[in-house]
Design a protein around this ligand. Structure first.
Ligand code: LHQ
Length: 258
């Protein structure tokens, strides 16, 4: 059984973390395969949105802790540098929107990988846990970077130290995620959002993402310059011409992602 399921349908790449009996905890194979699939999404021009979800009850329980104590395992020194850090970089640098559809519990690196995506939605029975403190680790996979920026320093600090379980409804309320949906409608809502993202001007979204990445540590002056240079590129795309024509002709635009 492969630890990552991958399917491209109607310009959407569906990536499913697939170790359900381990709550989709990451082992080396799954982390490397995920990187491979993210690369494929970047290269394949037919892909205009990536959706990441988990098989079974959980989204992802973070690192497979049995691998950490396995003498034949990758060893601590490789886990961040070869597994999680490249995954977070690939998601943030992918020139296409990445939607995480958090179907169940997301813990440790599993939570922080979900939270670094461009749009994060969760099912009503999902939850987010900064599980690291409970086993003597520090939050990784970008958690110490994104969480204080998403929900403020105090809440980030307390969640990281206490390792609270944050239910999806609370995650939406405090701005940790975009939206939660009741379990019955979660899948259809996730697909609807993925379809919308896949039909928007892909290059415009890619530059929006790059500008947001830069906003996390640039001054206003630098950010205004970034917007200026990216807007010139966006305004030279076919999708911009199509968007303006469609508006003036009072019709639905047909964006092709170029
Ligand atoms: C698991 C796991 C798991 C293996 C559930 N591993 N089997 C970076 C640097 C280097 C090293 C370490 O890691 C990292 C990054 C990290 O991600 S550190 C954080 C690692 N993750 C955790 O500490 C979370 C551990 N899991 C849990 O706390 C719970 O399982 C959660 C809260 C996720 C779910 O709780 P429950 O709903 O009560 O489910 P459960 O505990 O019964 O788990 C279900 C099954 O999944 C169970 O297997 P079993 O055969 O007994 O049914 C668990 O053993 C397995 N599982 N997480 N991380």
């Amino acid at each position: 059984m492969t630890s990552i399921l991958f399917e491209i349908k109607n310009s959407i790449a569906f990536i499913t973390l697939n170790r359900p009996e381990k709550y989709n905890a990451f082992n080396r194979e799954m982390a490397l395969l995920l990187q491979e699939k993210l690369d494929e999404c970047e290269k394949n021009i037919s892909v205009r949105c990536v959706l990441i979800t988990g098989a079974g009850k959980a989204f992802c329980a973070g690192q497979d802790l049995s691998e950490v104590v396995d003498p034949n395992g990758p060893g601590m020194e490789k886990i961040l540098s070869e597994h999680y850090n490249p995954v977070v970089r690939k998601i943030r640098n992918l020139n296409k929107p990445v939607l995480s559809a958090v179907n169940g519990v997301a813990a440790g690196a599993g939570a922080n990988i979900a939270l670094c995506c461009d749009v994060v939605i969760a099912s009503g029975h999902a939850s987010f846990i900064q599980a690291f403190s409970k086993i003597g680790l520090i939050p990784d996979s970008g958690g110490t970077y994104f969480l204080p920026r998403l929900i403020g320093f105090q809440k980030a600090s307390a969640f990281m130290m206490l390792g609270d379980k944050i239910p999806a409804i609370e995650a939406e309320r405090i701005g940790l995620i975009y939206k939660y949906f009741p379990e019955e409608t979660f899948l259809s809502e996730a697909e609807k959002i993925a379809i919308t993202l896949s039909q928007l001007p892909t290059k415009g979204l890619a530059f929006t993402k790059r500008a947001l990445n830069k906003s996390l540590d640039q001054s206003l002056e630098q950010q205004l310059q970034t917007e200026d240079s990216f807007q010139r590129i966006a305004s030279a795309t076919n999708d911009f011409s199509e968007g303006v024509s469609a508006f003036l002709e009072k019709r639905t635009p047909n964006f092709k992602g170029d």
